[in-house]
Write a protein that binds this ligand. Structure first.
Ligand code: HEC
Length: 166
């Protein structure tokens, strides 16, 4: 019961209905081998490019809208939804570098936010799979939609990088 409620709340935050998730997952299952390859099969990604000020601003806008409800605007993890959804503990996003030996792991953070590369563990369901939620409606998993999703998530990653504190 509790878990179902949490999952439903998480979907609500991602702007998805259960029905759309089922249809997206079906599309994903059918199309991932053919279309999703681009993102899912990149074993050695290109080095991270420095972000423009525009990208960081776009990342901040998306972060405040989609992430702050749980992670809070300052990234420390006590957004308003934490009081509504039972038992979730968003990690402090301002200590990612500190917890990683002083280096910000851009690609790992990207993969965590996207969610599709991470083997779905029980806990991972506490956070929406943004790589799915951000797909263009009606054109899910097309190369153009995938490129936009990647660009958007990367901008959020660049914004989170600016929130790091020692
Ligand atoms: C429904 C609440 C919720 C929303 C909305 C949410 N998150 Fe999360 N997030 C979590 C929880 C809970 C965890 C911890 C999951 C775990 O421990 O496996 C987490 C973990 C993370 C992590 C891993 C942090 C670490 O140090 O390992 C990152 C990065 C992250 N979230 C980014 C985002 C971004 C970016 C967004 C918006 C696009 C977002 N989250 C939206 C709940 C949320």
């Amino acid at each position: 019961m509790k878990l179902e409620f949490r999952f439903a709340q998480t979907l609500r935050l991602a702007g998805l209905s259960l029905l759309s998730v089922v249809s997206i997952l079906t599309t994903l299952a059918a199309g991932v081998a053919a279309q999703g390859e681009d993102y899912l099969a990149t074993p050695t990604p290109a080095p991270w490019q420095p972000a423009s000020a525009e990208a960081i601003a776009q990342g901040r806008t998306d972060f405040n809208r989609y992430c702050a409800p749980c992670h809070s605007a300052d990234g420390r993890g006590n957004g308003p939804e934490v009081k509504v959804i039972p038992g979730i503990k968003p990690k402090d996003l301002t200590t990612i570098s500190t917890r990683n030996g002083g280096v910000f792991p851009y690609r790992d953070v990207e993969a965590t936010i996207d969610g599709r590369k991470i083997i779905p563990s029980h806990k991972r369901f506490d956070m929406p799979f943004w790589g799915v939620s951000f797909q263009q409606q009606g054109r899910e998993f097309s190369p153009e939609s995938e490129a936009k999703v990647r660009q958007r998530i990367d901008a959020i990653v660049d914004y989170i990088a600016t929130l790091q504190r020692p």
